[in-house]
Ligand binder design. Sequence first.
Ligand SMILES: [Zn+2]
Length: 92
Amino acid sequence: MRLRKRRDDHAWSQEHLSHYVDGDMNWRSRRRLELHAEECPDCSLGIRALRALLRLLNGSSGRAAAASAGIFDRVRADVARAETDAGESDEP
Ligand SMILES: [Zn+2]
């Protein structure tokens, strides 16, 4: 049951990473994601990657943040597809 909860946390965190780096999230949810990211290399790496991407997209202004939301989805879709492709070529 504890493992199940943690998997749920992971799925939830992955879904909300872009909201987290955008600041589009209340403090309670931010805390939940931060706590999870502390023990999940996957999610902490995801936060850092999205933050770097956001900096690149926005430059010095934050006005592009809302417009970048769709890009996060595309990046995630690309990553998911790349992982699927890699999995297929690795598995015999
Ligand atoms: Zn995670």
